[in-house]
Design a protein around this ligand. Structure first.
Ligand code: C2E
Ligand code: MG
Ligand code: MG
Length: 621
């Protein structure tokens, strides 16, 4: 049995939505039907019954759609809500059954027929719809069946009705009962299957399929549970040494064999109390028994010695090493993610020392722990969309108008940690391979601002991004989604792009330039400031770094240098933007030099884009 696939889940969701919509539709049809039936009861002289009954129907029906919606949305409380819902439907069907009997006892053949039709319709409706929504058919239909029985008895006891007609009535009731039993059985079968499916899903969600050990999720759960018990415990991270070369040389089948053998050793090990596979060749272990904790060093050595014994694989004995990092849960490592980071850091230290065992030591590993935590918080921030797009205006000197904005990333931390600047988190994003995600997410926020306008958006591109094969395909696809042409985008690159891989990057840049993007060399003046680059790269513009402005405003030599560079760019037909304009005096000076664009706090600071939705929420609050 497999875990529900995305398409199956989608199907389930759609089915659930259909049920919800049908139930909502029910409200209106049943209100209409209730008015009609109540009219008939009143006509037969039972005004009080009609009023009570109508009130019941209204209360019953009005809460139905909201109960269903909550039931579908909230899995957590589903048992309680399911019980509430079943009760609700049962009471609903009882009301309808009462109405049917009330009509039946009038004695008028036309009204009796309507009563019977009402009852039959309700029975079919209730069983069909609620069997689909997995509500027990028997509880829901029983009031209707009882009503039907009463009506049948009334018919049978009536001497004025012919025996043949009585037989027909009894026969019909039996058919209905058979129909109900059939539905009940199908419903029970479905419920059994659903229960098994969800059991299998739950197991598979917590188990590593290859080794049958607990997976990372289960390991984390286990740590949290153990932490909540407030008892002493330790965790160990185990990373196999030389596993990758083995896998590469002998193939995945041998790799799998070895991983299973290691898993079996962990399951059998007396040194630990719980084992998990965290991914690849990484395993985790929990040590909870006080005797082992008292002699933790011994337990870890025993674990290590057990793991490094050569494995009898189908290619012959395989000898692997193991690096084990251990961390004890104490006050400073009270949070599960902190504890796991600590074990990971100790494991890395063990690996760097050539394998064996290392235990987390705050006096050695504290810096690394903080670093790992920031990285992990950043990863979470990128995934949860906490990286915000800020726009900084760039002014055109000739028209004095703002026709361009630079897109800058901001990390708005809500976990109480220190706010990091882009100069700190952009290199981290690059190292973690998250820079593209940062760009796609900030572009998604910024592009709606320039769509359909004459504005240009300048985006910063790192060398690693440019080198990845899919970069331009994805960038173009995002632009298409937001209906923004490449001509509205400037790509800000740095000298590093040329330094890292000149030929390939040059080809990428030329293609980008041909497809309509403007290419801008950013931060000119901070690196090598290689003049030859100005000729090699397909540039439209050069942005001069803040440092030029600073020295120009301080020394005569600086002023001459800035003036010479602006002049050089002019002669090379390259536009020029000067960054870091903070005062009117600097703006006047750079304007006198003839540069085309200026950017800086004087023109405008980078402002985070607040989505319309966020604004409306704020206003509503
Ligand atoms: P940059 O591309 O040169 O961006 C201009 C930086 O100068 C921005 O810093 C901006 O806030 C700052 N700035 C603007 N006007 C003034 C001013 O008048 N005075 C001073 N002192 N600073 C000013 P920020 O936002 O901290 O960004 C720093 C660098 O981080 C950027 O330099 C850019 O290289 C990089 N960066 C920022 N966001 C992204 C991004 O989304 N992707 C990539 N790849 N890099 C980014
Ligand atoms: Mg820039
Ligand atoms: Mg810059």
């Amino acid at each position: 049995m497999a875990i529900l696939s995305a398409s199956q889940l989608e199907k389930e969701f759609r089915a659930a939505q259909t049920v919800a919509r049908r139930l909502e539709g029910d409200l209106y049809t049943r209100v209409g039907a209730s008015v009609l039936t109540a009219g008939m009861i009143t006509w037969s002289g039972m005004v009080t019954v009609a009023l009570i009954w109508m009130a019941c129907i209204f209360v019953n029906e009005i809460i139905e759609p909201s109960v269903v919606r909550q039931l579908l949305r909230n899995n957590e409380a589903s048992k309680k809500r399911l019980a509430l819902y079943t009760l609700h439907i049962t009471s609903g069907s009882a009301i309808w059954a009462g109405a049917g009997v009330a009509l039946w006892v009038t004695g008028d053949p036309a009204i009796m027929t309507l009563g019977a039709v009402l009852l039959l319709g309700t029975l079919m409706h209730v069983t069909l719809i609620y069997a689909v929504s997995k509500i027990l058919v028997v509880s829901v239909s029983s009031p209707l069946i009882i009503a039907m029985g009463i009506m049948a008895l009334l018919v049978v006891a009536d001497d004025g009705i012919a025996t043949r007609d009585k037989t027909i009535v009894i026969f019909s009731v039996l058919i209905l009962l058979a129909y109900l039993v059939m539905l009940l059985l199908t419903n029970m079968e479905t419920q059994d299957e659903m229960a098994k499916l969800s059991e299998d899903n739950a197991r598979l969600a917590r188990e590593d399929t290859l080794t049958k050990l607990a997976n990372r999720r289960h390991f984390v759960e286990k740590i949290k549970i153990t932490q909540a018990r407030d008892e002493a415990f330790a965790i160990a991270f185990i990373d196999l040494d030389r596993f990758k070369p083995l896998n590469d040389e002998h193939g995945h089948a041998i790799g799998d064999e070895v991983l299973k053998a290691i898993a079996n050793r962990l399951k059998a090990s007396q040194a630990i109390d719980f084992a998990a596979r965290l991914g690849g060749d990484e395993f985790g272990a929990l040590i909870t028994a006080p005797a082992k904790l008292d002699n933790l060093g011994e337990a870890l050595n025993e674990l290590s010695e057990g793991l490094v014994i050569p494995i009898a694989a189908s290619i012959g004995p395989v000898s692997l090493g193991a690096s084990i990092g251990c961390a004890c849960a104490d006050e400073s490592l009270s949070d599960h993610s902190k504890l796991m980071h600590a074990a990971d850091i100790a494991m890395i230290r063990a690996k760097s020392e050539g394998g064996g065992v290392a235990t987390f030591d705050a006096s050695i590993d504290a810096g690394m722990l903080e670093f790992a935590e920031v990285e992990s918080a950043f990863r979470a921030a990128v995934i949860s969309g906490q990286i915000k797009a800020a726009l900084q205006p760039i002014k055109c000197v000739r028209s004095q108008a703002i026709k361009k904005y630079e897109l800058l990333a901001r990390w708005e931390r809500n976990d109480g940690g220190r706010a990091l600047t882009p100069d700190e988190f952009i290199p981290m994003a690059e190292r973690l391979g998250l820079l593209n995600q940062v760009l796609w997410s900030t572009l998604d926020q910024a592009l709606p601002e320039i769509r359909g306008t004459e504005l240009t958006l300048a985006i910063n591109i790192s060398p690693s991004q440019l080198l990845s094969a899919q970069f331009f395909a994805k960038l173009n696809s995002i632009l298409r989604t937001h209906i923004v042409p490449a001509s509205q985008i400037e790509l800000e690159i740095t000298e590093q792009i040329a330094v890292r891989n000149d030929k390939e990057n040059l080809a990428h840049l030329e293609r980008a330039s041909e497809s309509g993007f403007s290419i801008v060399l950013d931060d000119f003046g901070t690196g090598y400031s290689s003049i030859s680059l100005l000729d090699q790269l397909p540039l439209d513009k050069v942005k001069l770094d803040h440092s030029f402005i600073r020295s120009a405003m301080e020394t005569d030599h600086g002023r001459k240098l800035l003036s010479a560079i602006v002049g050089l760019l002019k002669r090379m037909d390259l536009r020029c933007c000067i960054e870091g304009i903070e005062t009117a005096e600097t703006e006047a000076f750079v304007t006198s030099l003839g540069c085309e664009e200026v950017q800086g706090y004087l023109i405008g600071r980078p402002e985070i884009i607040r989505s319309k939705c966020e604004w409306s929420t704020l206003i509503a609050v």
